[in-house]
Each structure stands twice: as C-alpha cells, then as structure tokens.
Design a protein around this ligand. Structure first.
Ligand SMILES: Cc1cc2nc3c(=O)[nH]c(=O)nc-3n(C[C@H](O)[C@H](O)[C@H](O)COP(=O)(O)OP(=O)(O)OC[C@H]3O[C@@H](n4cnc5c(N)ncnc54)[C@H](O)[C@@H]3O)c2cc1C
Length: 272
C-alpha cells in the first residue's frame, strides 16, 4: 500500500511549524526521523493532509548544559546518544539505552522526541525518561508548558500533546556520582522492541529510589520509595509485589517480567 497524498511543510522554526500544524487541525502531523511514521503512512494507519517536517529546525537539535541537568532538543537521534556525541547526565544509562534500540539504520534517523511522541509502550525512551525524572517541554500556538515525562504518555500511542503542539526538548537531571541504575529489556533478538522491561534507579544523594515497569499494554508504571529495590530481593516477594501492583499480563509475560525484575534487583545490589 502507499501513503495518501499529503502536503509537506518544511519547518524552519518552531513557531511557524506549530502555526502550520494548528491550521491543519488534526489533519496535520509532525515528522521527525520517520522511522515509525513512515510505516504508519504506508499502511495508511496515519492519513495526514499536512506533514510538518522537523528536520530543518536547528533549535530542535540544541543541547544546553546546566549545573543540575542537561536539555536535549527533541530531534537528537538515538545514534548521537549511542556514539557519545551528546553529553551524558546519566552515568552511562542513556548511551546504553540508545545502543539497544532497533538497528543502526533506525538509530541514525530515529529521534528521542519522535519515540516519546509515538508512545509505543515497548519503546525504550518511553520507560527510561520517567525513570530518570526527565521533564518535557511542549510548545504550541497557545504557548509553552512543561510536564514530567511520567505524565506525558496516557495510553498506548496516546500522549498529552494537544492540537498543533510539538515536543521540543527533554530535560534530564544529572545523576550524582553515587547513583546506580539498571536497565533490563527482554527480547528475542538484540534491538527488538521489548517483550518485558524493567529499569531501576537509586540515587541517595538526590533522595531518589525508583523502579519502572514497561512494555505493558499502556503507559509504563513508575514506583518510588526508599528501600523498594532491596525489598524485592526475594523471589516470592517479587511475584507478590507484581500482583499487588496490579500488573496484569499473561503468564508468559509475567515470567519474563519477574526475571527482568530479578536481574534489575541483582544489578542494583552489585556495585558498578
Ligand atoms: C525495525 C524497527 C525497530 C525498532 N525497534 C525499536 C526498539 O527496539 N526500541 C524503541 O524504542 N524503538 C524502536 N523503534 C522505533 C524507533 O525508535 C523510532 O525512531 C521512534 O519510535 C520514532 O522516532 P522518529 O524520530 O522516527 O519519529 P517519527 O516516526 O517521525 O514520528 C513518530 C510519531 O511522533 C510524532 N512526532 C515526532 N516528533 C515529534 C515532536 N517533536 N513533537 C510532536 N510529535 C512528534 C509524529 O507525528 C509521529 O506521530 C523501531 C523502529 C523500527 C522501524
């Protein structure tokens, strides 16, 4: 199948692009790396009248380093994180996550912003940005707003983005030197979307202990609390905890999830 006919708007600024998207209403769509949207267009799962190409907007590739955080433009590619071309506030987590996304051709074009906006529950940034406590900047014809990454995704392929709005930047807090993380993704082949996904972060200097369960039917689930990770060291506690947390997946995925949880807890108990 081929895509429906659409008009391309080559964006040169955020303002002009959000205005063009607003004029097109829900018939307008942004295109970033095209790695997810390209397939959706060809399958006619997306049938936009106007495609706003973000590739020419330099502001969407800007990176700003502050004392306590780094802000990445939404068009930063997975490959740029993987290759260490961007500063890393996460003590190796972001490059490690980027390296496990798809294969190199996809990583060359695919962007962190596109991945968050596409909101595939099994995608990697969708779970890891809530883990690190990232904040997202959304800009639209009505102004700018920021919100925690953990609140951005509402359901599978559904986000808080309003008509005409773009995700323009992602601010990631700098982890302290004592911070420990784990990122465990179960998939049959390297680079596949996750079948089960667990990531954990402990950063005592910043008062953070967090666990994220991803690749569920909807948005990832975020859990916090001092001592949470150590409390899951025992296998029977892990199974009971998954049930108590209301994580209701089929038996095969429960087994995969319990194993990823075991490995994540083990990583956290092993000093890096
Ligand atoms: C074979 C294959 C394997 C893959 N495996 C994985 C994997 O293992 N893990 C993983 O995480 N991902 C995987 N992906 C997805 C990949 O990471 C994509 O790059 C990503 O999902 C979309 O990013 P993109 O920049 O290409 O966005 P696009 O495809 O251009 O856009 C995706 C959606 O987001 C919207 N959008 C994009 N940017 C913005 C913005 N700044 N503001 C508002 N809306 C925006 C678009 O309108 C569209 O709806 C895979 C993709 C392929 C093709």
């Amino acid at each position: 199948m081929k895509a429906v006919a659409y008009r391309i708007e080559r964006g040169v600024s955020i303002d002009a692009t959000t205005r063009a998207l607003r004029e097109a209403g829900w018939g307008g769509k942004a295109i970033a790396g095209g790695q997810s949207l390209g397939a959706m267009l060809n399958l006619r799962l997306a049938q936009p009248e106007v495609l706003a190409d973000l590739d020419g907007i330099d502001a969407l590739r800007a990176v700003r380093e502050d004392a306590d955080a780094i802000t990445f433009g939404a068009m930063c590619t997975h490959a740029a994180f993987e290759d260490g071309k961007l500063p890393d506030p996460t003590r190796g987590l972001m490059p490690a996550v980027a390296r496990g996304i798809a294969y190199r051709a996809v990583r060359n074009r695919g962007t962190i912003g596109g991945s968050l906006c596409h909101a595939d529950p099994a995608a990697d940034w969708v779970s890891t940005m809530p883990l690190v406590g990232a904040t997202l900047r959304l800009e639209g014809p009505d102004g700018v707003r920021t919100l925690p990454a953990a609140e951005f995704m509402l359901a599978a392929f559904e986000t808080q983005l309003a008509e005409g709005e773009l995700l323009t930047a992602i601010t990631v807090p700098r982890l302290s030197a004592q911070a420990q993380w784990s990122y465990r993704k179960f998939c049959r082949k390297t680079g596949e979307f996750a079948h089960a996904l667990v990531c954990a972060l402990r950063d005592p200097a910043r008062g953070v202990e967090r666990l994220v369960i991803g690749a569920l039917d909807g948005a990832p689930r975020v859990f916090e609390g001092e001592g949470l990770i150590a409390s899951l060291a025992d296998a029977s506690q892990r199974t009971a905890w998954l049930a108590e947390a209301g994580i209701d997946v089929d038996p095969a995925r429960t087994t995969q999830l319990a194993e990823m949880l075991r490995l994540a807890v083990m990583d956290m108990e092993t000093p890096r």
